[in-house]
Write a protein that binds this ligand. Structure first.
Ligand SMILES: Cc1cc2nc3c(=O)[nH]c(=O)nc-3n(C[C@H](O)[C@H](O)[C@H](O)COP(=O)(O)OP(=O)(O)OC[C@H]3O[C@@H](n4cnc5c(N)ncnc54)[C@H](O)[C@@H]3O)c2cc1C
Length: 400
């Protein structure tokens, strides 16, 4: 076994033992935990914090399924039913809300027509301006030419989802979630089981999934360097919705079409990039994806910008927030949006591959979504990783 990062705490006697141990109570860790529990395995989750406050609570809560391409699309679709199933079981809010892509120019609309033609009937519906206005819940919105409705996308409330899922899991038989418990090192325990040294003693399991989001470099600097993982920092704001506005789908715009793979495959993608470059270089400069979602309490979550570095400065730039808010105000045809909260979100990003799944040893697997779509991929990726474990000789529990 390739022992990695096991420090002197390796001599601890195990304080907890389960079939599966998950490090990290963000959505990637909890999706692995939930599906492992559903498969009849005993599960322990540990998180170094007192509650999860990472990327999984700082995002839009958008399972952006339709706009994925290739293998990522397959993973996103595979996870869809699990999102709905766990919302039902654990009692968190999830909506088959779809997504609305707003087009302000003929090029944007043309790309959406191409996208619609490339997908099965009914998955992507091209809309006229009136239909877009209806979905935005706005009577007047200048400058909207049309759009498209992406039927398969889901929405959850990012502020509450992982907390509710963790509490629910902790109440189940054969499942436990231990907060304020940091993983420090990894090695081999009794009977060749995996052993994890933590700030509260050693944990043993047949299989460990390490799901620490963008902090892979804290535990495995060589792997993080090899996968070229950087921290992508995003600026977000929350604001009350303009009066009486109720927006069910996630709302995307032209800059979103420059980011998601399914759009960038379309013949009009390069024309769109040139158009945005000419019309809104300021948005490209901040790596904008102008989009928003509405929480169940009516608050809009608005964003976002993207900047990449190994370590991110914590400071928010006011001009970046202003640009994003102005762009959203334009879509909603309101004079200004007045934010009540601003925050920085951080996720793992890599140009090498959109997902990192690496076996540290026979029984320890490192998992990080390195493309900013962890909510979308979480359950599909967890299902694939769990199936790999269950079909391996190490899955002793399945034979019990
Ligand atoms: C602003 C923003 C908007 C986004 N929008 C979307 C979106 O609309 N759709 C989408 O699909 N994705 C979106 N994403 C990406 C998505 O949020 C992430 O990919 C996803 O949340 C990553 O989940 P995670 O569980 O890996 O990480 P996290 O949620 O960051 O959780 C990692 C957990 O690991 C714990 N941990 C770390 N180290 C240790 C240790 N040594 N021991 C114990 N615990 C440890 C941390 O405390 C943390 O709770 C967005 C991200 C951001 C920041």
């Amino acid at each position: 076994m390739n022992i990695s990062n096991m420090n002197s705490t390796a001599i601890q006697e195990p304080v907890a033992s389960s079939d599966v141990l998950i490090i990290g109570a963000g959505i990637i860790g909890l999706a692995h935990a939930g599906l492992a529990h559903q498969a009849g395995l005993s599960v322990t989750v540990i998180d170094r914090d007192h509650r999860a406050v990472g990327a999984s609570i700082r995002n839009f809560g958008h399972a952006c399924i339709t706009a994925q391409h290739g293998e990522l699309y397959d993973l996103a679709q595979a996870g869809r039913r699990h999102w709905l199933g766990f919302a039902d079981k654990a009692g968190f809010w999830a909506a088959e809300a779809g997504a609305l892509v707003v087009a302000a120019t003929e090029t944007e609309l043309q790309l959406l027509r191409e996208f619609s033609d490339s997908r099965p009937p009914g998955q992507v519906t091209v809309l006229n301006a009136e239909e877009v206005r209806a979905k935005l819940g706005r009577e007047n919105t200048n400058g909207i030419r049309g759009g498209a409705f992406l039927a398969d996308d889901l929405r959850v409330d990012p502020r509450t989802t992982v907390g509710t899922l963790a509490s629910w899991l902790n109440k189940q038989e054969n499942a436990a979630v231990h907060f304020n418990t940091a993983a420090l090192g990894f090695g081999e325990g009794t009977e060749r089981r995996a052993r994890v040294a933590t700030s509260r003693g050693a944990y043993e399991a047949d299989q460990v999934f390490i799901c620490v989001g963008h902090d892979v470099d804290y535990l495995f600097p060589e792997i993080a360097a090899e996968h070229q993982i950087k921290r992508c920092a995003l600026q977000m704001t929350a604001a009350p919705a303009p009066e009486s506005t109720s927006i069910i789908p996630a709302v995307l715009t032209a800059t979103s079409m420059l980011r998601y793979d399914a759009f960038t495959q379309m013949p009009s993608a390069s024309a769109l990039r040139e158009q945005v470059k000419a019309a809104r270089p300021d948005l490209l400069d901040i790596g904008a994806n102008v989009m928003f979602t509405q929480r169940p309490d009516g608050t809009l979550l608005l964003g976002d910008s993207h900047s990449y570095a190994l370590t991110q400065p914590p400071f928010l730039t006011e001009s970046t927030s202003d640009l994003l808010l102005q762009a959203a105000a334009q879509v909603l045809d309101v004079e200004a949006i007045h934010p009540t909260e601003r925050w920085q979100g951080v996720y793992a990003s890599s140009d090498v591959a959109p997902v990192l799944v690496r076996n540290i040893s026979d029984s320890i697997t490192l998992v990080s979504v390195t493309s900013g779509i962890g909510m979308t991929l979480s359950f599909g990726l967890a299902e694939a990783n769990l199936n790999a474990f269950l079909s391996s000789p190490l899955a002793r529990t399945t034979a019990r």
